[in-house]
Design a protein around this ligand. Structure first.
Ligand code: ADP
Length: 375
């Protein structure tokens, strides 16, 4: 069993920087967990504490049910893959891969078997005699992965392993690491600032900000139910649109307005908003709506019911399969996605749009919490 458990884990660096504040997480055996957040949010520090490269200021860390706070890195049965590969430049690929096993005094036969097996999994058999300087970035990263695989560790730790690769290779390696996870059936903890990597690779995502965990969950659950405005804005591309809105109650119906557009809130959502307003007396919110929930009127399949607005097209970005449009709706800039046909909008067009208002989220102006989470 290779569970990893962090209980009330804190890290305060010398000088008083609180890099990680009360981190709690139980990572299941064979789970792929991604820690994601902007630079400086404490994700590397958390990973390095699991690796034993950074002391834990307070709290408890268990690997495979054993308390390891005071266990040195080499005895934790983990392997780490770094952004800069950390290969020995003067050693061949083979020697780089066998290094950790030699250190642990494995028999040469076993070492050879493991190195060749890992090289075959990663498709780098032909590179075993080369030195790192004769390899591309992607090949070096494969060697770094190989060096971790041969160890057959309980837990794999990845610290931004794809950041130094170009965009195309990053996408390819992302899929390879996901396949590797399935094949090796190992527990993996992966740190990245890239929310797309987090969304595509994780069983569960941990979103962090300023040393604090913001939300933990399955990628699509987080995408659909962000706990606060930060998570809502961080997860998803293009990012969620946010509007400063007031809620109006007219004839038993609720509307939202940013001063330029005014749209009706459908009954189910209106009930949640009304309950929150009754409880708190608040009438102004941040309203967040994703690009795919704003549509052009021609291609909107649902019933249009007091949820239309007009916007001036400012930028048109053809993405191939669809088109991203940046538009000005009077007060609030909006980004939305259109399919290819509807994407024939031009800069300067004043276009009619439909907002799928019920799909949006209301965030408290003071706490930035998603009000749906608070009722
Ligand atoms: P991330 O990996 O999310 O970019 P880090 O874990 O590297 O964030 O850093 C979290 C916070 O701790 C940052 O404010 C950073 O400046 C600080 N920090 C990181 N390493 C040290 C250190 N060795 N000494 C002091 N502060 C540090």
């Amino acid at each position: 069993m290779s569970k990893v458990i962090l209980k009330n884990v804190c890290k305060i660096y010398e000088g008083g920087v609180k890099a990680v504040d009360n981190f709690n997480l139980e990572i299941e055996d064979k789970e792929f967990v991604v820690l994601v957040g902007p630079s400086g949010c404490g994700k590397s520090t958390t990973l390095r504490m699991v690796a034993g490269l950074e002391e834990i200021s307070s709290g408890e860390l268990y690997i495979g049910e054993k308390l390891v706070n005071d266990v040195p890195p080499k005895s934790r049965d983990i392997a780490m893959v770094f952004q800069n590969y950390a290969l020995y430049p003067h050693m061949t690929v083979y020697k780089n891969m066998e290094f950790g096993l030699k250190l642990r005094k494995y028999p040469q036969e076993e070492i050879d078997r493991r190195v060749r097996e890992a090289a075959s999994i990663l498709g780098i058999e032909e590179l075993l005699d080369r030195q790192p300087k004769a390899l591309s970035g992607g090949q070096r990263q494969r060697v770094a992965l190989g060096r971790a695989i041969v160890r057959k560790p309980k837990v794999f730790l990845f610290d931004e392993p794809l950041s130094n690769l170009d965009a195309k290779l990053r996408v390819q390696m992302r899929a390879e690491i996901s396949k590797l996870h399935v094949r090796l059936q190992a527990t993996m903890i992966y740190v990245t600032h890239d929310q797309v990597e987090a969304m595509t690779m994780a069983d569960r995502i941990v979103v962090m900000r300023d040393g604090l965990v913001q939300q933990i969950g399955n990628p699509l659950v987080i995408y659909g139910n962000p706990r606060n405005k930060f998570v809502a804005g961080f997860i998803g591309s293009p990012p969620m649109n946010f509007c400063d809105i007031d809620v109006l109650s007219e004839g038993g119906k609720l509307y939202i307005t940013d001063g330029a557009f005014k749209v009706k809130v459908p009954a189910e959502k209106a009930a949640i908003v009304k309950a929150y307003m009754d409880k708190t007396g608040k009438k102004s919110f941040y309203y967040g709506i994703r690009a795919e929930d704003i549509l052009d009127q021609k291609s909107y399949a649902g019933t249009v019911d007091e949820n239309t607005l007009k916007a001036n097209v400012e930028v048109v970005e053809p993405m191939g399969a669809d088109t991203h449009i940046y538009a000005d709706s009077g007060k609030t800039p909006l980004i939305f996605k259109l399919d290819l046909e509807a994407g024939l909008m031009k800069v300067g067009d004043n276009v009619p749009l439909v907002m799928n208002v019920g799909k949006g989220h209301f965030f408290d102006r003071d706490t930035e919490a998603n009000i749906a989470e608070l009722l």
